[in-house]
Design a protein around this ligand. Structure first.
Ligand code: ZN
Length: 86
């Protein structure tokens, strides 16, 4: 969580300075799945004891990525099992 969407101007403000996520991802060859904002709605839901109702924006891309990886790994496993049967 490196930025907040300003309720006044709608701009993206990097409250802790510029994000280093991209640089770390590039340096480690690990994909950057998403950058997430600090979201006051999450705090509100926690205070209300309803954190499970939180629906963060931007998580759809992360979920899609994880599903693709799981699908790919499943296919690799199936190929491996098939090769062992021969
Ligand atoms: Zn602003």
């Amino acid at each position: 969580m490196s930025y907040v969407i300003c309720p006044h101007c709608g701009g993206k403000h990097e409250v802790f300075g510029a994000s280093k996520g991209r640089a770390v991802a590039d340096a480690t060859d690990i994909p950057l799945l998403a950058t997430l904002p600090l979201d006051p709605r999450l705090s509100e839901l926690c205070d209300e004891g309803r954190v499970e109702d939180y629906e963060p924006e931007g998580f759809g891309d992360v979920v899609d990525f994880i599903v693709k990886i799981a699908d790919h790994l499943g296919k690799l496993k199936a190929k491996e099992a098939e090769a062992q049967m021969k």
